[in-house]
Design a protein around this ligand. Structure first.
Ligand SMILES: [Zn+2]
Ligand SMILES: [Zn+2]
Length: 439
């Protein structure tokens, strides 16, 4: 272990108590995407306490602060601010309508803030060639369409997720590599899993089925039943599933959000909401077109009309490998995390079927990710809980800070290598052009 690594660990150990109470407070006071005002204010206060200049109000609640010099690449150390709607979670924030940290984003916030505390040490700050940008981003969880429409009408945002909004605002234009973390998203017994597993991309769908109202008993022959059109459309979706390739990891979810008006009137207006997901953009676009056709065709069959709309979701995240041995020597792992602590490499064959806006980032820059232990239960569920505060709220800070240091030490050789090996599918302008095709 070198002197700077020891210094990083010393700084974070000295803040251990503060980090644990910060994380516990965040856990109790989760807020929804683009409304994380209290969380962002507390984070800004923490950063200012360590002497950072903080830019606030980015994509409503995002913030960034940085350290280093212009002699090398810029590495964004990223944490997400938002919670998820899960009112049955025992720690749900009732004042915020049942938002909880059942996705563990409070642990990410700690990872960034602990790393910032380590880099506030002048010796650590001087050891890098390049910049570390501590970037706290809002709204990773999908913002429901109704709320997004309202926020857009109010002029606050134009895109569905925080990273997409910040990419559109140009706030990632000066970043060369992103460093992200999460609690484990795929099954793993490791304490740390290093590398970015593939995640699916997604679009959201609204289908308005328009029929004709009529007396349901006296004159059903005069009506056109929009609910029948919706039912046929859902059956068609069920039947086309057999044509999907396993490797495309397609998922389709549907929900009838409005099924008709009065029970004695032939339903004339029915709304179906859907979500399509796939592991690559070609498959995602293909399944999106099939979804629309299923409803347009079956509506035609009963004499109704289907009006379909596609809303931006997340882009698929490619697998980005990372070698733990290159990032952390075994001796450093032992010194940092204690004996018996396991660090493993993410397996390229394991797909994360969920979607995240980290996928959008990975479409334009390399994303080095690690996931960590310290929690139990399922993500987004009431049984999700932190069971090992050390592993959930302190260890990720050390990993973030050590990795940022390793990437940027010795003329930023590791960061430069990762950047030059990665060919992003989109330039930033191409990304902005692509996603503006969707609502
Ligand atoms: Zn989540
Ligand atoms: Zn999450």
């Amino acid at each position: 272990m070198d002197h700077i690594e020891a210094r990083i660990l010393e700084q974070i150990d000295a803040k251990r108590g503060a980090l644990l109470s910060f994380g516990e407070e965040t856990y109790r006071s989760a807020e929804t995407g683009y409304e994380e005002f209290n969380t962002a204010r507390r984070a800004a206060q923490w950063l200012r306490g360590f002497g950072y200049t903080v830019r606030e109000g980015l994509a409503v609640t995002g913030l960034r602060a940085e350290i280093g010099n212009g002699d090398g690449p810029a590495v964004a150390v990223i944490g997400e601010l938002d919670g998820i709607l899960c009112p049955t979670h025992p720690q749900a924030n009732a004042a915020a309508g049942g938002i909880s940290h059942a996705c563990g984003h409070h642990a990410q916030l700690n990872a960034v803030l602990g790393a910032a505390a380590a880099f506030a040490d002048p010796e650590v700050a001087r050891s890098i060639q390049g910049r570390v940008v501590f970037f706290l981003v809002p709204a990773e969880e999908y913002v429901p369409i109704e709320r997004r429409v309202r926020l857009t009408a109010e002029g606050k945002i134009s895109r569905c997720s925080g990273k997409s909004e910040l990419l559109c605002l140009g706030e990632f234009d000066d970043i060369d590599l992103a460093l992200t973390t999460h609690v484990h998203m795929v099954d793993s017994a490791a304490d740390l899993l290093v590398g970015n597993n593939c995640s699916t991309g997604s679009f959201t769908k609204t289908v308005r089925l328009v029929g004709k109202a009529a007396h349901a008993a006296a004159a059903p022959h005069n009506g056109v039943n929009a609910l029948s059109a919706a039912t046929l459309g859902l059956s068609a979706i069920g039947l086309i599933r057999e044509g999907f390739r396993e490797r495309d990891c397609v998922r389709i979810h549907t929900n009838i959000t409005h099924g008709g008006d009065a029970i004695n009137v032939v339903p004339a207006n029915v709304t179906v909401e859907g979500m399509v997901r796939a592991a690559n953009l070609d498959a995602l676009e293909a399944v999106s077109a099939k979804f629309d056709r299923a409803f347009e065709g079956t509506a035609y069959a009963v004499g109704a009309k289907a009006e379909t709309e596609t809303w931006q979701g997340y882009l698929p995240g490619p697998f980005i490998p990372a070698d733990p041995a290159q990032l952390l020597a075994a001796e450093t792992v032992r010194a940092a995390f204690g004996p018996g602590f396991s660090v493993e490499k993410a397996d390229a064959a394991v797909q994360n079927y969920a979607s995240t806006d980290v996928g959008d980032l990975a479409q334009v820059m390399p994303v080095l990710n690690f996931t960590h232990s310290g929690t139990r239960g399922s993500l987004h569920s009431s049984d999700f809980a932190v069971v090992d505060p050390e592993k959930a709220l302190v260890v990720p800070s050390k990993m973030m800070a050590l990795t940022a240091y390793h990437l940027l030490k010795e003329n930023a050789a590791l960061a430069r290598g990762a950047i030059s090996r990665y060919t992003p599918p989109f330039t930033r302008d191409e990304y902005r052009g692509y996603i503006r095709r969707f609502k």
